[in-house]
Design a binder for this molecule. Structure first.
Ligand code: NAI
Ligand code: MG
Length: 535
């Protein structure tokens, strides 16, 4: 098997290049691609609009680089504008007319095949994703796995999409509600889960019978191209998915504003989420928002401290803290505060930073210069506010990391719940430790932020656990688990400024992507008047 992707030639071990294979390489992939591999030139990626791969109308391009080594150019991508969005939306609207009539179980079968292809290409996609996004291979494999799980779950929902029936208040009359697709869905995604988050949105949207215009994050467009290639290979009719690359204001906003787009599914910052919500509401579009978080883990004195330690290490520093569910605050009961903090610092100082493709690396870089600056500036804020910097607190540039955006895992102790580092989303490897005297105080502190995504409590006390389940202001609560770990078939989302009440994952997302129609069939043969004839 031979495969050329992103400037790399994959030849499976022990394969001989036969004449026909050489012919296939040269003419199947095109001489240009082969030359590019030989010369190690970056690939020129394209949009997928109206059934074909093409450049932006304006011809402009933007670069995608490796955050672990900024010298490494992965590829260039079309820098699209409103005119590209317009072409994509019109084509998706035309494709909707036949896609909505394709039986939902058939639509589900295509998504199942996409899941099979994700299984087949998992390793290759994970490696490409690590190159463009930075997180370690273990995690990019997990990111693809979430796409696989989402595909198989979505495929089965194609055989459900339940409405309901209920008795009528009148004789010889039948009542039911059914689910119908809505139209063109605009999907705008962030860079921290380049495969998982797009599949959370796109697979259910398609199974429900909508067509999709996809505007991925400008930091991780290569994974997005791969997802669209896979959907096409799985047999998705080619105008049902449209891919438009570009920046938020110039490509994302025209998608939100376009009158042909009926619903928007967005994951990203709260700031942009509010802008999207305000814009889309002018046309009463349906909008699903998954926004920021300031998640906390509480550790009580009766907890299994070793388990709680593993939890916070994974929750706070996995993905270099760039998860919407990352553990950003650690709330420790005073009885175990000093002991637990010492255990934690010892372990954190051993975390190995590095290029995510290196087997020894445990934590990769942050995504780009802007994010590096933002996280370092929050570290400055923490110091200025009087928190105690226990470890980390600076950029890491040793050896091969010198051209990457690495930040040493950072812990602040003596954090007051009113400090900015205790309330604002940092989105980096920075943990704020807060001491409390009781469970009630811990819950109060955890709730003391405008966000409400994920929360965690380590305790062996069942009464404490159920009180926390009831009182923590968060869309997700883990008992004896870290703040991260979504599962494809469970609802995912938050309260307060983390979102607008919708959920991804699980059944609720199928409600978001469908419209309900209520149907009354009167087989009495006469006019029956509800509320009149049965008074
Ligand atoms: P962002 O919210 O600017 O970008 C997310 C997506 O929205 C990208 O596809 C982007 O192109 C698009 N976008 C940006 N501005 C837009 C606009 N005006 N109209 C339409 N679409 C727009 O997030 P960014 O700049 O990547 O990261 C900034 C901060 O946002 C992070 O430091 C973090 O705090 C937060 N964030 C949170 C995420 C989460 O999962 N909760 C994910 C990504 C970012
Ligand atoms: Mg990049």
């Amino acid at each position: 098997m031979i495969n050329i992707r992103n400037g790399t030639l994959f030849v499976k071990e022990n394969d001989f290049l036969t004449f026909s294979q050489i012919f296939y390489i040269l003419f199947g992939y095109g001489c240009i691609d082969v030359l590019r591999v030989i010369l190690r030139m970056a690939r020129e990626f394209k949009n997928f609009i109206d059934g074909r791969w093409r450049d932006a109308v304006g011809g402009k391009r933007f670069e995608n680089r490796n955050p672990a080594n900024w010298d490494e150019l992965i590829g260039t991508f079309p820098d699209s504008r409103a005119e590209d969005i317009d072409l994509a939306v019109k084509s998706a609207a035309a494709a909707y007319e036949s896609w909505r009539l394709t039986p939902a179980p058939r639509r589900g079968e295509i998504i199942r095949r996409a899941g099979d292809l994700l299984v087949q290409y998992k390793e290759e996609i994970a490696r490409e994703m690590t190159r463009e996004m930075g997180k370690v291979l273990l995690e990019t494999r997990g990111d693809v796995q979430e796409g696989i799980d989402t595909a198989y779950y979505a495929a089965t929902e194609g055989r459900r999409l339940f409405g309901f029936t209920a008795p009528s208040e009148l004789p010889n009359k039948f009542n039911m509600s059914i689910r119908l697709p809505i139209g063109v869905a605009g999907v705008i995604t962030p860079w921290n889960f380049p495969m998982a988050i797009p599949t959370w949105k796109i697979f259910p949207a398609l199974v429900c019978g909508n067509t999709v215009v996809f505007k991925p994050a400008e930091d991780t467009p290569a994974t997005a191209v791969r997802l669209v290639e896979i959907l096409l290979e799985a047999g998705l009719p080619d105008k049902v998915i449209q891919l438009v690359n570009g920046n938020g204001p110039s490509a994302g906003m025209p998608l939100v504003e376009h009158p042909g787009v009926k619903l928007i599914s967005f994951t990203g910052s709260t700031q942009v989420g509010k802008l999207i919500s305000a814009t889309a509401s002018k046309d009463l579009k349906r909008v699903s928002l998954e926004l920021g978080g300031k998640n906390a883990q509480i550790v009580m004195p009766d907890a299994d401290l070793d388990l709680a330690l593993e939890g916070v290490l994974w929750g706070a520093f996995g993905t270099a803290g760039q998860r919407c569910t990352a553990t950003s605050r650690l709330i420790l009961h005073e009885a175990i505060h000093d002991k637990f903090l010492a255990m934690l610092i010892k372990r954190v100082e051993k975390i190995r930073l590095g290029n995510g493709l290196e087997p020894t690396a445990e934590v990769g870089p942050v995504i780009n210069q802007k994010q590096l600056d933002k996280v370092l500036s929050y570290i400055g804020v923490g110091k200025d506010e009087g928190a105690k910097l226990e470890t980390g607190g600076e950029r890491y540039t040793d050896g091969a990391c010198r051209n990457g955006f690495f930040i040493r895992p950072t812990i602040f102790s003596q954090v007051d719940p009113e400090m900015r580092i205790a309330k604002e989303e940092i989105f980096g490897p920075v943990l704020a430790v807060i001491k409390v005297g009781s469970l009630d105080a811990a819950i109060r502190v955890l709730n003391n932020t405008k966000y409400g995504l994920s929360s965690s409590l380590y305790t062996r006390d069942v009464n404490a656990a159920f009180k926390a389940i009831r009182d923590l202001e968060a869309g997700i609560t883990y008992i004896n688990g870290p703040t991260i770990g979504a599962e494809a078939h469970m609802p995912f989302g938050g309260v307060k400024e983390t979102g607008n009440g919708h959920r991804e994952g699980g059944w609720p997302v199928y409600e978001f992507f469908t419209e309900i129609k209520t149907v009354f069939v009167d087989y009495s043969g006469k006019l029956q008047r509800a509320q009149i004839d049965n008074q």
